[in-house]
Design a protein around this ligand. Sequence first.
Ligand SMILES: [Zn+2]
Length: 94
Amino acid sequence: MEISCVVCGRELEPALSLDDEDLLADPAGGVLARIDGNHGTNAGLRHDAFSRSFLVVYLCDPCLVRKADEGRVQHVTRRRVAATTEITPFRPGG
Ligand SMILES: [Zn+2]
């Protein structure tokens, strides 16, 4: 499968040689971006939190860096909020 940058069209080579053509290739000198979809898109991609399907695009490193420098790339870190426990005296009828 040929992989190329979604922005500039530069052809990218797989970082590792894959024997299985069905596996998604990590590109050398670029990244693989997974698109799960979201509410609001009109591009025909259905949003389903439980879906096992998604889209894939490739981005070469120079385009990624250029877009980041333009402020068009977000870095997301998800943090779990720890459960807290509150203990108060039981007051019947109160
Ligand atoms: Zn590019």
